[in-house]
Design a protein. Structure first.
Length: 492
């Protein structure tokens, strides 16, 4: 056998990639399980999906929420596995791994393009197509090509690898960006790639995952069946001159390491929920902050774009205090504004309605995956800030709500004061030109269009300006961050 070699950079990036891809697929499947429906439209309803997993059907005539639609997913196929409670961890795994995967990809792509090594994969002549077809027929009819056919790859292999190493990752990145509310609302033209529809990007991202999975299965089979001893030397030591026993030891250890890591990842994530969140978030948060943190939303829609159906998340408050306010048409309800401010405020609904009115038609993106377009009418947050005059030291605004969970913990979310200056950050008392109804957050809710839905607090009770949020709730800056381990930035 002629000696052959594979550059060490490729050996290493290939190994890291194998490690990441499995984590990405498994955490991605858990994310999907939290809203197990895929659509081609952003007006998501419970009957206009093109693909649905699970058997749940929501009751007619009774209030249900998108959280009720989440499916429990298996610890084997998904990371970490479990119900909605662990969905935040799944996302944290997905984004932390994606960060490592992107860095690895950057090293790999830089190497390929700066050294001319791309010629190993990217075809430069059309003749590769018939040659690849010839190979395909060969494989289908179970004819093993001679070893000399691999220089270093045979044409079919070269085409497939080029697709998997360049096109498919690019597709995953392009569709991932289009799912971020911050990115989507800042770059509406980019969204035209997907007909302006985020759900198209989400569906294609899923199909990309399927293509990766199909590739992985066939790839493993082929390298195992065709000249395995050559392949295993190349992917471990980068040279066909390596000793087979050494190569096998490294290869088997690598596979075991990946399997053990996956088992431990689930165990640790469920056993040390908060600690795992901290580590994972610290990996991707800086990247999210740099890439998505400064994107000021600008996209608004027209009256004809409004969705006929708008899902609900979060049940209306069930406290005596709130029942009384609700039953009396919120006449005694007051928005209390306090914390580090010069002027504390206590505003009735009529006083809020007397302030300059702002109206906007925007697309809501829930972290779970669904979306809908609605009209929101209310007061811009800058009106509140101008009247309350927060202290210079205050950095965050905390929105406290009336709803309390079964353990007695109230809903709240903290955002940056700078987010309040966005043209699309309002306190809405109106939806689709009607007074905000009970399900969608009466009497007042936040709209901050660069964020995912969970930041947009409904049933607002008070607003507090603070320097830090570590003394509120569990200190992670929001009810969802505290309880289901979502990340704080809520931009992707
Ligand atoms: N007070 C409160 N606000 C909340 C929630 C909640 O449970 N309680 N859920 C959030 C989530 S996860 C989403 S997606 C949106 C949903 O808004 P909608 O019910 O109007 O669709 O509200 C957000 N605001
Ligand atoms: Mo949500």
């Amino acid at each position: 056998m002629d000696s052959d070699s594979m550059p060490l950079v490729i050996v290493i990036t290939h190994a890291i990639n194998a490690f990441c891809i499995l984590l990405l697929i498994r955490s991605g499947l858990h994310i999907l399980a939290d809203h197990p429906m895929l659509y081609w439209t952003d007006h998501t309803r419970r009957d206009n999906y093109w693909l649905k997993f699970g058997k749940k059907n929501m009751p007619e005539g009774k209030l249900w929420t998108a959280h009720d639609e989440a499916e429990v997913s298996s610890h084997i196929y998904t990371l970490p596995g479990g119900g909605h409670h662990e969905f935040g961890s799944a996302r944290n795994w997905h984004f932390a791994t994606a960060t490592v995967w992107l860095l690895t990809g950057a090293v790999y792509w830089s190497y390929m393009f700066t050294t001319g090594a791309w010629r190993r994969l990217i075809p430069t002549h059309w003749s590769i197509v018939p040659a690849a077809y010839h190979d395909l027929i060969g494989y289908i009819t179970l004819h093993k090509p001679p070893i000399g056919a691999f220089q270093p790859y045979d044409p079919l292999q070269q085409l497939t690898y080029a697709g998997v190493a360049f096109l498919l990752p690019a597709l995953m990145i392009v569709t991932a960006l289009a799912m971020s509310p911050a990115f989507m609302n800042r770059f509406p033209r980019y969204m035209l790639l997907f007909g302006g529809r985020r759900q198209v990007a989400r569906s294609i991202h899923f199909i990309g995952m399927l293509l990766f999975s199909i590739f992985i299965v066939i790839h493993i089979l082929m390298v195992a069946l065709i000249y395995f001893s050559r392949n295993v030397r190349l992917i471990t030591f980068g040279s066909t001159n390596a000793k087979l026993s050494d190569a096998l030891t490294v290869f088997i250890s690598g596979i075991l390491l990946i399997l053990v890591f996956n088992v431990f990842a689930t165990y640790f994530t469920l056993r040390y929920r908060v600690g795992t969140r901290k580590v994972l978030v610290s990996i991707f948060q800086p990247v999210v902050n740099i890439v998505f943190g400064r994107l000021v939303p600008r996209k608004t829609y027209n009256k004809n774009d409004i969705s006929p159906f708008f899902r609900v998340n979060g049940y209306p408050p069930e406290t005596e205090e709130f029942y009384k306010l609700r039953d009396e048409g919120y006449k005694d309800w007051r928005l209390e504004v306090g914390g580090m401010v010069e002027h504390k405020l206590s505003l009735s609904l009529d006083e809020l309605k007397a302030m300059p009115r702002k109206e906007q038609i925007t697309k809501h993106i829930c972290i779970q995956g669904w979306s809908a377009i609605g009209e929101w009418g209310g007061v811009h947050m800058k009106e509140i800030i101008a009247r309350a005059r927060p202290d210079k030291r205050a950095k965050y605004v905390v929105f406290h709500a009336y709803d309390v969970d079964a353990k007695g913990k109230p809903f709240y979310e903290a955002l940056r004061i700078s987010d309040m200056k966005d043209p699309l950050t309002i306190l809405a008392y109106e939806m689709n030109w009607k007074p905000l109804n009970l399900e969608h957050g009466a009497p007042l809710r936040l709209r901050c269009e660069r964020k995912l839905g969970y930041k947009m607090v409904k049933y607002i009770k008070s607003i507090e300006f603070v320097e830090d949020f570590k003394n509120i709730g569990e200190g992670r800056g929001g009810y969802r961050e505290d309880n289901v381990l979502f990340d704080w930035e809520a931009a992707i």
